[in-house]
Design a protein around this ligand. Structure first.
Ligand SMILES: [Zn+2]
Length: 123
């Protein structure tokens, strides 16, 4: 024991609403700095499949690289470079990595793992 319980006594926890006034859109906003950091990291290649932006895509699906969220926007307070990846897109084309991350279970799993790896690397 020895803890001062008086300081911990909190019979009516404050309601959590108002904790963050940011909207989901604001939390998901990718600033130029964050985008640049991710783009620098990606070096012009899709961070998942390695497709080089601008190279011929035999499937005709990939048009370019896009910043894809690795985490649902409502789960983060702000978007950092570790919360996004440069993936081949557009997200609306089935088969692109951005599409997979946004709409498939495998993609979400990859995104979660990749985000963890990025955060570790960042320290
Ligand atoms: Zn890709």
């Amino acid at each position: 024991m020895g803890r001062n319980l008086a300081n911990e006594w909190n019979p009516a926890p404050k309601p959590q609403y108002g904790r963050s006034k940011k909207t989901a859109k604001e939390r998901g906003r990718i600033t130029k700095e964050v985008y640049d950091e991710a783009a620098h990291r990606a070096q012009g290649r899709c961070e998942w499949c390695g497709w080089a932006a601008g190279s011929v895509d035999q499937t005709g699906r990939r048009w370019g690289l896009e910043a894809a969220h690795l985490i649902r926007r409502r789960n983060c307070d702000e978007t950092t470079a570790q919360d996004i990846a440069m993936l081949c897109g557009p997200s609306t084309n089935t088969g692109t990595c951005h599409n997979k991350v946004d709409y498939t279970r495998d993609g979400r799993q990859w995104a979660a793992n990749y985000r963890q790896a990025l955060k570790k690397r960042k320290g």
